[in-house]
Design a binder for this molecule. Structure first.
Ligand code: SF4
Ligand code: FES
Length: 370
């Protein structure tokens, strides 16, 4: 075992994902939101979000991602953007584009919005409609991208890729260039939340994943200085897992619409964790001392083979939520790792799902009225 210091005392967080609402006009079948979601009545009011942003800035957070659901569903989005700016936070609106107009975007910019991250579900109308569960979604997104460009707000395009759209990856990259995006996030679908319900319809084949890696490599080369491509590869066919969240409780936190603070978007799937609420405890206390944030800091919690593996400071044993889902134990080595005793089972299951003829989708929905 080497002597690299352990991350047992919390580092300063860099980013906060503020999930302002679970309401969303789209119904993407790979949404990472929980399967059980509540509507408007349980959302934090404006003044509490504003105070959360103040606390976030005091804690050292720099990047505030305004997300959901669809954050534009909140009528107070303008006030929240102003508050982010007043507290010196760099604000990034993660949006489907639905609920925005050019005028509203202009107002958000005037109030200090720094960046827009626009999701795209497909590069042709039929695919975009199918994977957003929303009619004419592509036309709407193209219009929003045009407004963002006219207002000179930096744009990132965000594309979740899966078996039914990976063959259009080159076109997706081309569209990002045409729309003037500075960055494209190509994220191969991760099987948390609603995606888990749709494994048979979404799981890419090994060959698609191999080709995607090549396409991204070539495009990065070709588009240097024009478009930055962030690529989240499919870890189920990889040798080692991804360093999920940059380590548990190490760099960022999620605040759910009701004020619960989580170390990652799927942490609620791990039994036994207690998520404290910003309405009852300060953000600093939750970050530094709460049971859930401390559950997987450092590496004392690790089991073999992670415990004696030199990569434990690189990938932190992979994803805790994936370990829970696939190994039934959040302390286990992420089965995406080739050293996990469950890895071959994971690969076999991925290949089985990738060979499935399933095309029907289970769409995301709220469990209580908005
Ligand atoms: Fe990472 Fe654990 Fe696999 Fe080592 S055994 S590579 S630490 S997941
Ligand atoms: Fe929770 Fe990876 S999604 S640790």
């Amino acid at each position: 075992m080497n002597a690299v210091p352990q991350n047992t005392s919390p580092l300063l967080p860099i980013a906060m994902l503020a999930e302002l609402t679970y309401r969303c006009p789209l119904a993407c079948p790979y949404c990472s939101n929980p399967l059980s979601m509540s509507g408007r009545s349980s959302e934090l009011p404006t003044e509490i979000w504003v105070d959360v942003f103040r606390q976030a800035a005091e804690l050292g957070i720099l990047h505030l991602h305004l997300s959901g659901g669809e954050p534009a569903s909140r009528r107070d989005l303008e006030e929240l953007v102003s508050a982010a700016g007043e507290h010196g936070l760099y604000s990034n609106l993660i949006t489907s584009g639905v609920g925005l107009t050019e005028q509203r975007l202009g107002e958000l910019k005037r109030r200090g919005l720094d960046h827009v991250q626009l999701s795209i579900q497909g590069v042709d109308h039929a695919t975009a409609d199918k994977f957003s569960g929303y009619k004419n979604s592509l036309a709407r997104k193209l219009a929003v991208a045009e407004w963002v460009a006219r207002l000179d707000i930096p744009l990132t395009l965000n594309a979740v890729m899966h078996r039914q759209n990976l063959d259009r990856l080159e076109d997706t990259i081309e569209l990002a260039v045409q729309l003037g995006a500075r960055r494209l996030e190509v994220a191969t679908v991760q099987f948390h939340g609603w995606a888990e319900q749709n494994r048979g319809a979404l799981m890419p084949t090994r060959e698609q994943v191999r080709q995607a890696g090549e396409i991204v490599r070539a495009a990065r080369e070709r588009l240097r200085g024009i478009l930055v491509i962030d690529y989240v590869p499919a870890d189920y066919y990889a040798r080692f897992p991804k360093a999920c969240m940059g380590g548990w409780g190490a760099t960022s936190m999620n605040v759910a619409p009701d004020g619960a603070v989580l170390p990652c978007h799927a942490a609620h799937t791990i039994p036994g964790l207690v998520f404290e609420n910003v309405q009852e405890r300060s953000l600093r206390d939750i970050w530094e001392a709460s049971q859930s944030f401390n559950a997987f800091r450092g590496n004392e919690w690790m089991q073999e083979p992670c415990r004696s593996c030199e990569r434990k400071h690189v990938d932190f044993g992979g994803c805790r939520c994936q370990a829970m889902a696939l190994a039934g134990d959040a302390r286990a080595t992420d089965p995406a790792c080739s050293l996990s005793p469950l890895h071959l089972d994971l690969v076999a299951a991925a290949e089985r799902d990738a060979a499935s003829q399933e095309t029907e989708l289970v769409y995301r929905k709220l469990t209580s009225p908005a």
